[in-house]
Design a protein around this ligand. Structure first.
Ligand SMILES: *Cc1c(COP(=O)(O)O)cnc(C)c1O
Length: 371
């Protein structure tokens, strides 16, 4: 009898579901026999790469035959300056996804658990499960994280608690005061990871970066990314700010050259590209208003979002609507996997992209009503 190779993998790993990414745009167009498809499926920056980043990437290729700077010296120095933290508090990752994974690898074994919220970013569940640790999923409240309930779920085996602020795919956020209250309540044996992937976009009363609390709570870890408002998703670069001891653990675990040279150069460039960041935020705010106005006139409920995407509730067979949108060349993201079988998540695009999505969706709903 042949050996079942999969049964040789660690138990947690056997339970993992591979992350479902979308097809390449070209391939989708080929399959559907269409052209000019638009992708509003991965919360990418619709402005495309910043010009300053492009120049920096090209210049970095001059040294393309050499290993990158494994310590990210220049980027960390600039980040430390900008964030008013010390270099020893920073860990760079191949996307902030990698930092999340390093946290799980460093602090979770099979005897441990980590606390996450219902409808939270799926990567938390993945990295916890891969460690053979237990994910304790705390029911959401109005789609958002219920921080008091998450605190109540902590026990002596808890090592990590993840807060996505704002959360993807719901777009919900929690106040800085509520994070502070949580930190005050928890034992400092629980690392509280506040994932601020969409931080730059947020303009909500009571919202604030948990970085403000970093000096007071050694168990606080804040993660950020260059993939969203800074428009570097393809380059794969993100970071965490933590106590230096936590950073030391993460830096021991990471691959020596986990962040590549074009990514380091691009991140350093965009960090001071204030014009690009301002335009990212402006396009996003306008697109948000355009989309929710459209949803209102279509009579569709949506979850108010602080990020660069919106979860909108569609009537009837959501996967049929998703497929029909695809055939019209509009790619969005179904979120049944997140326990949201009645929603689609649409990333906020350029004005003409948002309009095309609204028009397509509107047509499908009319067809459905008249069918
Ligand atoms: C997009 C996203 C990230 C960032 O991922 P990268 O690996 O940095 O590209 C992290 N957290 C959440 C909640 C996200 O939606």
């Amino acid at each position: 009898m042949r050996m079942d190779l999969k049964s040789l993998a660690l138990p947690g790993v056997q339970h993992l579901q591979p992350y479902q990414g979308g097809k390449p745009l070209d391939e989708l167009e080929r399959e559907l026999g269409i052209s000019g498809a638009i992708k509003l499926a991965s919360n990418e920056n619709p402005l495309g790469l910043s010009e300053l980043a492009k120049v920096a990437i090209e210049a970095s290729l001059e040294n393309g035959a050499r290993y990158p700077d494994g310590n990210g010296f220049y980027l960390k120095r600039r980040l430390a300056e900008k964030l008013a933290v010390s270099v020893s508090q920073l860990t760079l990752g191949n996307g902030s996804n990698e930092v999340l994974e390093l946290l799980a690898r460093g602090f979770l074994g099979q005897q441990h658990n980590a606390i996450i919220a219902e409808h939270a970013f799926v990567v938390y569940q993945l990295v916890i499960t891969a460690q053979n640790a237990t994910a304790i999923v705390v029911p959401a409240s109005s789609w958002g994280h219920d921080l008091p309930a998450m605190a109540a779920a902590v026990n002596e085996h808890t090592r990590l608690l993840f807060i996505a602020n704002p959360n993807n795919p719901t777009g919900t956020w929690v106040s800085l005061a509520s994070i502070k209250a949580l930190l005050q309540e928890l034992p400092d044996t629980v690392l509280v990871v506040v994932d601020e992937a969409y931080f730059e976009y947020v303009d909500q009363p009571g919202y604030g970066s948990a970085l403000e609390l970093i000096d007071d709570y050694p168990n606080l870890v804040v993660t950020r990314t260059f993939s969203k408002a800074y428009g570097l998703a393809a380059l794969r670069i993100g970071y965490s700010v933590s106590h230096p001891d936590v950073a030391d653990i993460l830096n021991r675990l990471r691959q020596p050259f986990n962040v590549n040279s074009p990514a380091l150069a691009a991140a350093l460039a965009v960090l001071d590209d204030d014009d690009y960041l301002r335009r990212s935020i402006g396009v996003n705010r306008d697109g948000y208003n355009q989309l929710v106005t459209g949803f209102d006139s279509l009579g569709l409920a949506y979850i108010p979002s602080a990020g660069n995407f919106i979860a909108v509730q569609v009537p009837g067979d959501v996967s049929a609507i998703y497929e029909a949108l695809l055939r019209q060349g509009v790619i969005v993201r179904p979120v049944a996997l997140y326990g949201m079988p009645h929603h689609l998540r649409v990333s906020i695009g350029l004005p003409h992209e948002n309009q095309r999505f609204l028009d397509s969706l509107g047509r499908l709903l009319v067809d459905r009503d008249t069918a």
